[in-house]
Design a protein around this ligand. Structure first.
Ligand SMILES: [Zn+2]
Length: 512
């Protein structure tokens, strides 16, 4: 089975911040989870590099647009490397493979009579790279997002017959039994899209005449492809359209397009219409998450309260930064984050709950068994309870991108073992019943191993480290792939009797 997941390609007029990180970490967690479940995963991210905004920014810095794009695109690659993102591909819209794909698809739509020339006059916001209808501007006649006055522009452009796709889109978005059903998530936003679709669709501009920093239309080189259209096409370029048919057949359609809510319309209406026009497979799920505020304030460059991936990592370490970023607020709706909130969650979930479980288990083994995993039978009940907790909720929530809930069930499983330790009171058993103590410790270790395998998608390096600390045998991902397929504990357990444990130092130092 294959699984193709994408983040949006990020516009290079901005440096990577927590918004980009949030989407990318979520996609990475999903990709890693699917790989552990034996899917052949293709995980794509990249940068969007054309348009007037880039050309202007480059000019202001006395650079060539390509030079600026190279610099900025590198910053995104570096950020994803820092956050241990496991993307299989990183696409840039200035790459040759993308030019070929864009030319090909635009020509196909033109040949099918879906693109036509029309004179257009409208209010254009450079910040948004789009035209606004008068009714969509604010009371001062300004762009509602940038609060700047758009410029009146009159152009003869090529338009795409979006209006002719209204019924076809409605069917595919609302009928779950349609063979090309597009599942737009969360439901409230799907309803908004459906509501807007029912009001009717206008044809959209597909090209610009005055903007040189773009991909020329193959049938009229005096115009370039509208940057939004150019950007959307990246999703098929990366999987081999139009030249690598085996790759394209293997990974298309897209299983999940992930993005923030502000670009949901482009992905759930314009993009499927383009694909339908070119008779290409439609995405299966389009998932948009909310915006977040920091301490109740909108994050913006001008307010100087933008959180960078570097800051997150400096404060919590890579793995904890990944975990905290996607679990602090529910995935989907808008939410508010704060440094206090992040630190509190770090201390509660990681330092106290998980960190404590591991350190007390190690200490007991050190004290009573000289850091060797004791020979014992398994407390099957404990392991079954941990598994039950994870099986019922974790997988379901992961598959539905409810990452905060999946993390909750992980925490519940950790708590369950911590509570079991309180009940068993191994410090008493050490004096009265060494055999029973051995059973306890051996069983805690197996439970920790199961927890580590589930934690892996969120915190890959820490999960691997835990795997080593507990003396578990084999490579964590290889073992997890088997375990997630057959659901069976190896005969001798993951951590095998006689193996040595390691004292790692403090995994999650408490943060004050
Ligand atoms: Zn704007």
């Amino acid at each position: 089975m294959k699984f193709y997941i994408t983040t949006p390609i990020y516009y290079v007029n901005d440096i990577p911040h927590i918004g980009h990180s949030y989407t990318t970490i979520a996609a990475d967690i999903m990709a890693r989870w699917k790989r552990l479940n034996n899917f052949d995963v293709y995980f794509l991210t990249g940068t969007d590099e054309h348009g007037a905004k880039i050309a202007e920014a480059a000019k202001a810095k006395d650079k060539k647009p390509q030079e600026l794009c190279d610099e900025m695109s590198t910053k995104f690659r570096e950020a994803w490397k820092l956050l241990n993102i496991s993307n299989d591909d990183f696409i840039r819209t200035t790459e040759q493979r993308h030019f070929i794909a864009v030319e090909n698809i635009v020509q196909t739509l033109f040949d099918k009579g879906l693109i036509f020339k029309k004179k257009y006059e409208g209010m254009y916001c450079i910040g948004c790279e789009r035209f606004f209808a008068k009714k969509d501007l604010d009371e001062n006649g300004c762009c509602p997002f940038h609060k700047t006055k758009p410029i009146l522009q009159s152009e003869e452009n090529y338009f795409f017959k979006l209006s002719s796709f209204q019924d076809a889109l409605l069917e595919r978005i609302t009928d779950v039994n349609h063979k090309e059903y597009i599942d737009i998530q969360p439901e409230e936003r799907r309803n908004e899209i459906v509501g807007k679709l029912k009001l009717g669709l206008e044809d959209v501009s597909f090209s610009r005449s005055a903007i040189e920093w773009g991909i020329p239309l193959p049938f009229d080189k005096s115009q370039t492809v509208y940057v939004w259209v150019d950007a959307l096409i990246n999703y098929i370029t990366a999987v081999g359209y139009p030249s690598d048919e085996p790759k394209f057949k293997k990974y298309c359609p897209t299983d999940v397009h992930l993005m923030a809510k502000d670009i949901l319309w482009f992905h759930s209406v314009i993009w499927p219409a383009i694909l339908m026009g070119a008779q290409l497979p439609l995405p299966k799920t389009i998932y948009s998450h909310g915006f977040f505020t920091l301490n109740g304030n909108k994050m913006s460059k001008s307010l100087g309260n933008v959180i960078s991936p570097q800051e997150l990592v400096e404060n919590y370490g890579v793995d904890a930064a990944r975990y905290l970023a996607v679990t602090l607020i529910p995935f989907g709706p808008d939410g508010d984050i704060s440094w206090q909130g992040l630190t509190l969650k770090y201390n509660t979930d990681l330092a106290n709950n998980l960190g404590n479980l591991i350190s007390r288990t190690l200490k007991m083994t050190e004290k009573n068994f000289n850091l060797k995993i004791p020979q014992a039978v398994l407390n099957l009940e404990l392991v079954k309870n941990v598994e039950k907790n994870l099986k019922e909720t974790f997988a379901y929530n992961m598959d539905n991108l409810q990452l905060h809930k999946a993390a909750e069930s992980l925490q519940d499983a950790i708590t369950l073992v911590n509570v079991q330790i309180e009940t068993d009171a191994p410090w008493k058993l050490a004096k009265t019943d060494k055999n029973k103590l051995a059973i306890c410790i051996y069983s805690y270790l197996q439970a920790i191993d199961i927890i580590a395998m589930h934690l892996f998608s969120f915190m890959p390096s820490i999960a691997e480290k835990i795997w080593q600390i507990t003396g578990a045998s084999g490579n964590i991902t290889d073992v997890a792939k088997k375990y997630f397929t057959n659901g069976m504990l190896p005969k001798d357990g993951f951590s095998v009797s006689g193996a040595d444990l390691q004292i790692p130092g403090i995994l999650f130092p408490r943060i004050f």
